[in-house]
Design a protein around this ligand. Structure first.
Ligand SMILES: Cc1ncc(COP(=O)(O)O)c(C=O)c1O
Length: 443
């Protein structure tokens, strides 16, 4: 059986509630809508960098980072020190009172942005941030309609559920007024797969959608830089640039949802959109921005930001001293620990090895993604690309039993998602490959 690389941390002895009691209380008092991973769920009680521990002290490699959120590592020492210091000083006051922490943080984040993206609005979750981005785009342009993509995920609030285009995540309630979904520019599964110029073909679909479904003037266009929940889909080269031109020609703003792809995860760049050579008007961030602390942001230009000043807009926790200090510590940790370069190096090693696994396992239809944001699309037949949903669930469960936690995505739930903390080592990557090889062999 594959063995985890050695690691010196010894978890504390767990003295809390047993697994069965936690599950009983959870079932009795928490919403039945909670999604619980795995046939036999794993209870996690401690984390250290790229590893997690269950109540019995068993160690797992975290290949999913708490859904692409633990960017720098669990209990990262620098982030913990900053959080402890701020907890001892001032946790909350709201931004109605000036405090240096939100000022420092706004500058630190703006310094990471290209062009005139220099104004930050801090909130607590990706859904809130996307809500706000939509509001800003509508206010700034005076237009109403928004173009999003099929297979995208932008959140679970009323308006972001409307932006999201995965039937599995949409309830039968009114949502998404004025939001239209263009064809997903998926080079593997999309209708223009194999087309000689897929970038233009998919961009033209956005143009036609604007012409047919809207008054011809739009508020904006939103896309994840690499689709996350949709299964690590990377768009054809040149697609975003062509689409941004079309959107701007119809009066719209371009919104990049960097909730999963941002903060160095793609390896080659700090932001996912940068590798597509585009400059968005609004950038939405969450998840990895806080390394597990509830924090999110919308960053835009001074002109667009000014659109929110006509009335009062307020977010109670957004940018409070604790959140701001942690957010700044995350940026420092990514820089000091060289996490972007590590994502590039370890990510490309991991991807190469996974592509190698495809020679051995016909279930693997495609390995895709960038840096440490990778997906393995499992198919029952490489010609029809029929999704191997049941097999994917079996591999995912088996990987957990072998000590590796990974995610699952795609509309049909047939894509293994690998998005570990960016401190993953080469040895960890080899362990991941060995586990997936073993799991694929066993099923
Ligand atoms: C790309 C993307 N945008 C937005 C969101 C919504 O973030 P949150 O769950 O923090 O509201 C998610 C969550 O998975 C996401 O993946």
């Amino acid at each position: 059986m594959p063995e985890l690389p050695p690691f010196s941390h010894t978890p504390k002895r767990y003295t809390g509630l047993p697994f069965e009691e936690v599950m009983r209380l959870r079932q009795e008092h928490l919403t039945p809508a909670l999604l619980t991973y795995y046939e036999k769920p794993v209870m996690l009680v401690e984390g250290k960098m790229q590893y997690l521990f269950d109540e019995k002290g068993r160690r797992y490699l975290d290949g999913f980072g708490g859904i692409v959120t633990v960017s720098c590592g669990h209990s990262h020492p620098g982030i913990l020190a900053a959080a402890h210091d701020q907890l001892d000083t001032l946790v909350h006051a709201t931004t109605i009172y000036p405090n240096q922490e939100v000022a420092f943080y706004g500058k630190a984040l703006a310094d990471k942005m290209p062009g005139d993206l220099s104004v930050c609005y801090f909130v607590n979750s990706g859904s809130e941030a996307n809500d706000l981005a939509l509001l800003m785009a509508r206010l700034h342009t005076g237009n109403y309609d928004l173009i999003a993509l099929r297979n995208c995920y932008h959140g679970g609030s009323q308006s972001t559920m409307g932006m999201t285009a995965h039937g599995t995540w949409k309830f039968n309630t009114p949502q998404g007024f004025g939001i239209h979904h263009a064809l997903n520019p998926d080079p593997y599964r999309g209708p223009f797969a194999g087309h000689d110029d897929p970038a233009t073909a998919y961009a033209n679909d956005v143009k036609e959608l604007i012409q047919f479904a809207t008054p011809g003037r739009i508020a904006g266009y939103i896309a994840e830089s690499i689709q996350g929940v949709g299964g690590a889909v990377v768009f054809p080269e040149g697609y975003l640039a062509k689409t941004y031109d079309i959107v701007r020609a119809h009066g719209g703003l371009c919104i990049a949802d960097e909730v999963q792809a941002g903060f160095g995860r793609t390896g080659s760049h700090y932001w996912g959109f940068e590798s597509e050579g585009v400059q968005p008007d609004i950038v939405v961030m969450a998840k990895g921005i806080g390394n597990g602390f509830p924090l999110a942001a919308v960053v835009t230009t001074p002109e667009i930001a000014a659109s929110l000043t006509s009335h009062i807009h307020f977010n109670t926790y957004g940018g409070n001293p604790l959140a701001s200090r942690i957010g700044r510590a995350v940026i420092e940790a990514i820089d000091n620990d060289g996490l972007q370069a590590n994502s590039a190096q370890v990510g490309s090693h991991l991807k190469d090895k996974l592509i190698g696994l495809a020679d051995k396992h016909s279930l693997i239809g495609q390995v895709r993604g960038k840096g440490l944001m990778l997906g393995i699309d499992l198919v029952t037949d490489r010609t029809t690309k029929a999704p191997a949903t049941a097999e994917c669930a079996a591999v995912w469960n088996k990987a957990k039993d072998l000590g590796l936690l990974v995610g699952k995505g795609g509309l049909a739930g047939n894509v293994i998602r690998l998005k570990p903390p960016m401190c993953l080592t080469m040895e960890d990557a080899d362990f991941m490959v060995a586990v997936l090889d073993e799991a694929l062999t066993q099923i």
